[in-house]
Write a protein that binds this ligand. Structure first.
Ligand code: ATP
Length: 231
């Protein structure tokens, strides 16, 4: 068995509305191996984004444990949690959130520049390589408003990979794109997973995207049900 990069144990997350407590994530367990590409499907409101936010340390569970590379997050202080976020995780959302005043290349370089311990030339070289990987080598001087929706999302994927994350977390990465563009992004994610042995966790409504993953889970009543595993 490969190394476990993410381990969720008995995770719980509740929200309160005016009348009652909503149990969104319910004693949920999940193990993700290095190099695995997994999808999480589920009805609207089932808690997919909530779960992804917990995995991405963007939100805290009410109880349960989260381990990255065997290290329990709860035992870490704030600055170490930021370190895990910066070094272990890359995020892609439904909307690209690229900075409009910067070029594609600058947008990709930014998360590495903020980390501030690598040489700028080295960062630039890696950003160029990643933009070539997502087939935007010809477009790296363009600003977001000079790129198509699919191109912007490809820049966002390159940006998410700049710090060589252990896990790429994607929340509806093709939710905003047409079918043909979505297929290209699906193929790109598959290629990144295969070529870079990149672990990817994607939350999606797209059965087409879920089909190309190693494991397909369905989130229902706060639990993950394994629908299919392709070895
Ligand atoms: N901060 C919050 N406070 C209260 N309730 C919340 C909060 N965030 C989410 N919820 C509720 O929790 C449930 C799960 O939301 P979540 O966004 O995780 O669902 P989802 O499966 O990602 O939905 P979709 O597929 O529509 O994006 C929903 O009923 C939502 O209204």
């Amino acid at each position: 068995m490969s190394k476990i990069v993410l381990n969720l144990e008995k995770l719980n997350k509740n929200y309160k509305d005016k009348k009652r407590e909503l149990h969104i994530i319910n004693n949920l367990d999940l193990k993700v191996e290095e190099g695995e590409f997994i999808s999480i499907l589920g009805k609207s409101g089932s808690g997919k984004s909530t779960l992804l936010n917990l995995m991405g340390l963007l939100d805290k569970p009410d109880s349960g444990k989260i381990y990255f590379d065997g290290i329990e997050v709860d035992n870490l202080k704030g600055s170490n949690i930021d370190k895990i976020k910066n070094e272990m995780l890359g995020f892609v959302f439904q909307f690209h959130y690229l900075l409009p005043e910067f070029t594609a290349l600058e947008n990709v370089m930014l998360p590495a520049l903020l980390k501030n311990f690598k040489d700028k030339t080295e960062i630039k070289e890696r950003a160029i390589k990643l933009l070539e990987e997502v087939e935007l080598g010809e477009r790296m001087g363009h600003k977001p408003n000079e790129l198509s929706g699919g191109e912007k999302q490809r820049v966002a994927i390159a940006r998410a990979l700049i710090n060589s994350p252990k896990i790429l977390l994607a929340d509806e990465p093709t939710g905003n794109l047409d079918e043909e563009t979505s297929e290209k992004i699906h193929a790109l994610l598959r290629r990144i997973n295969c070529d870079m042995n990149q672990s990817i966790i994607v939350v999606t409504h797209s059965r087409e995207l879920a089909k190309i993953c190693h494991k397909r889970y369905y989130l229902k009543k706060g639990y993950l049900h394994l629908e299919e595993e392709i070895k």
